[in-house]
Ligand binder design. Structure first.
Ligand code: NAD
Length: 296
């Protein structure tokens, strides 16, 4: 069993940390929110006084933080994880952050002789609780081989996507597909309704034809065809529109800096921005269909 430091015990981090405890690993945990730490100590973890303190005596440190600026603050600088880590330690950032920050963290770790991986996830809060997350991992093959058994304790799959930052690259490309396809499926239902075609009929046809995709057949934005989709539950998340907007903005920024042409990705960012501005940040991202019905 490994000695693990875990930093960032929010909606995703707390259940991931619990799964590591359940598997018998020793955990030192830290979060800026004291109540988040208290919940984990109640489940058997040790409380740490800071991020650096959580890394003390740990062979592996996992972080699950909101965004790039938080990872930067926790990893870099004099009191940061990289400065505090010992040679041979492995640092794994599971947060979804921008590729550039992730690569800065990898570069600083390499300079200090510390192993590092970026390992963002898909699967959401349910996947974190049920240990069915998919990890997309960037970094060396050696570090990936060492991390894989630990990641598999928290998820059903870990895919090595290549070198530093490639886990983040895979995550934002996937979520750009998801954002665009959810809008495409929603627009098709809105048009079908106007043309007098029922939701059930469009689903029956498109789910067996070339319009088939995950946003339609696993996460249908209208109630009925996929009983477990958030549409059947007043668009309670699931995956919030704010999270989708965050990931689309990361994709847009990466497209700008790399020179990739992503006109549909940019249009999806704009539409989610306008949807979120109507007070829907906390609504499931598939709820954009309700806004599209009125947008014309
Ligand atoms: P969250 O806001 O619930 O949790 C983040 C935690 O980090 C909070 O408890 C916060 O107090 C803590 N934190 C922030 N700065 C800190 C610091 N400097 N030191 C220690 N703790 C600090 O967010 P979440 O929903 O758990 O998401 C975490 C990451 O996972 C994000 O990058 C998100 O994009 C990604 N993600 C989330 C989902 C989802 O459905 N929630 C799905 C996939 C990926």
């Amino acid at each position: 069993m490994a000695a693990i430091g875990f930093i960032g015990l929010g909606n995703m981090g707390a259940p991931m940390a619990r799964n590591l405890l359940k598997a018998g690993h020793g955990l030192r945990v830290f979060d800026l929110a004291a109540n988040a730490v208290a919940e984990l100590t109640g489940a058997g973890a040790q409380a740490a006084a800071s991020a650096g303190d959580a890394a003390k005596g740990a062979e592996i440190v996992i972080t699950m933080l909101p965004a790039g600026q938080h990872s930067r603050a926790v990893y870099l600088g004099e009191a940061g994880l990289i400065a505090q880590a010992q040679k041979g330690d492995l640092l794994i950032d599971c947060s979804t952050i921008d590729v550039a920050t992730s690569r800065d963290i990898h570069a600083a770790a390499a300079k200090g002789g510390i192993s590092c991986l970026d390992a963002p996830v898909s699967g959401g809060v349910a996947g974190a609780a049920g240990a069915t997350l998919t990890f997309m991992v960037g970094g060396s093959a050696e570090a990936f081989a060492r991390a894989e058994p630990i990641l598999r304790t928290m998820g059903k799959a870990a895919i090595h996507a290549g070198g530093p930052g490639n886990g983040q690259a895979a995550k934002i490309c996937n979520n750009m597909i998801l954002g665009i396809s959810m809008i495409a499926v929603s627009e098709a239902f809105v048009l079908a309704e106007k043309l007098g075609l029922s939701d059930a009929t469009l689903f029956e046809v498109a789910s067996r034809a070339s319009g088939q995709c995950w946003s339609l057949t696993s996460y249908c934005p209208v109630p009925g065809p996929v009983p477990e989709s958030p549409a059947n539950n007043g668009y309670r998340p699931g995956f919030t529109a704010a999270m989708m907007l965050k990931d689309l903005k990361l994709a847009e920024d990466a497209a700008k800096t790399s020179g990739a042409g992503t006109p549909l990705g940019n249009a999806a960012t704009d539409l989610y921005e306008r949807f979120v501005a109507t007070g829907k940040a906390g609504t499931d991202f598939s709820g954009i269909i309700e806004w599209l019905r009125t947008a014309a």
